[in-house]
Design a protein around this ligand. Sequence first.
Ligand SMILES: NC(=O)c1ccc[n+]([C@@H]2O[C@H](COP(=O)([O-])OP(=O)(O)OC[C@H]3O[C@@H](n4cnc5c(N)ncnc54)[C@H](O)[C@@H]3O)[C@@H](O)[C@H]2O)c1
Ligand SMILES: [Fe+2]
Length: 390
Amino acid sequence: MLPNYYEFYCPVKIVSGNQALSNLPYEMDQLGAHKALIVTDPGVVAAGLLKPVQAAFEGSNCAIGAVFDQTPVDSSNLVCNQVAKIFNEKGCDCLVALGGGSAIDTAKGANIVVSEKTDDLLKFQGHECVKETLKPFIVIPTTSGTGSEATLVAVIANVEKNIKMSFTSNKLYPHVAILDPKMLVTMPKKITAATGMDALTHAIEAFVNLQKNPMSDAFAITTVKLVHENLVRAVENGSDEKARLAMANAALCGGIAFSNSLVGIVHAIAHACGGVAHLPHGVANAILLPWGLEYNLDTSAETIAELAPWIGAPAAGSAAEKARAVIAAVRELTKKLNELSGLPLTLKEAGLKEEQFPAIAKAAINDGTMNYNPKDATLEEVIAILKKAY
Ligand SMILES: NC(=O)c1ccc[n+]([C@@H]2O[C@H](COP(=O)([O-])OP(=O)(O)OC[C@H]3O[C@@H](n4cnc5c(N)ncnc54)[C@H](O)[C@@H]3O)[C@@H](O)[C@H]2O)c1
Ligand SMILES: [Fe+2]
């Protein structure tokens, strides 16, 4: 059904293909930038992914001004401030993020600090607090999950308060996303599985939640289809460049979908599991997705049922039957990923302790994404979901 009112925005140029990386200097030049600060992390460098980026600059009129390769997995405002300082000291004029959500969001945070000429990112926390035009910003994703290459969000830890903060602004969309399969073939099986389930969760939650609209639906359905056809293949054979490129596109489409319609109860609880118990984001989503969908069945069976043809579920029977078949297909997928990569199937396997449930549930019901879930949830209801997923 068409909503009475909606907005949709995605200003990101997408460059996708086998040789896409070679376009990097051209894209910088188009943005009027010639000296890049590369933001990456130690795992990405160890996987040998910095070398092809350096090689892409050879013979061009662009250069690398500096490389920051120490992005931690839970990046913080302090790291963003540090990256911004390097940007200024080395006279760089654009940011290039090379990595997963952690490196991309660190570059987003650093871009705010540089462009707002501030000394601390914390001053810009929240929604649409960024006023200055940001520096040219190009992303080369090396995981296929967060979709941060096409979202308005940066998720960054506040080290003093031990929480994850959200920065949202239409200015935070990268200018260009370069999807090249050679930057993805080194991703380990378990990270491929977990990040792929993050992409699927973005799409399904964007499709089911209250702010859905025809544009976000189109991107969500494409994501579900691409994940269904390619995630197991990418985990089974990491060198399968076609599956890798398809998953990169899935993640990006999922990012566009949820950046415009937001996510719901699964992400609310996953964020809380990340904050309280440091559970990796994709792992938490993979475990919680079927339980979150079951919770939403009484308000959203018809919507969930619409996903049946795209996720390989039987498309016959009543809406409730089809919706249950969609949930069964999600469970089948996570079971297969568990066999192939060891992706945990329960919160217990993932290392959570039952004593942590009250704190997780409290954080989950206060998470902003909960407001967009089709069905409200109380503290007790979230604890019930956590128990089922344990
Ligand atoms: N901004 C957004 O829209 C958004 C959305 C969801 C999640 N997030 C945030 O993103 C972060 C998670 O990002 P992620 O799941 O992409 O993981 P990540 O960026 O934290 O990377 C996980 C690990 O994989 C390694 N790695 C990455 N690519 C690799 C490759 N090709 N080969 C070998 N190793 C590789 C990294 O070195 C790292 O150790 C979290 O902080 C989460 O809060 C942001
Ligand atoms: Fe996510």
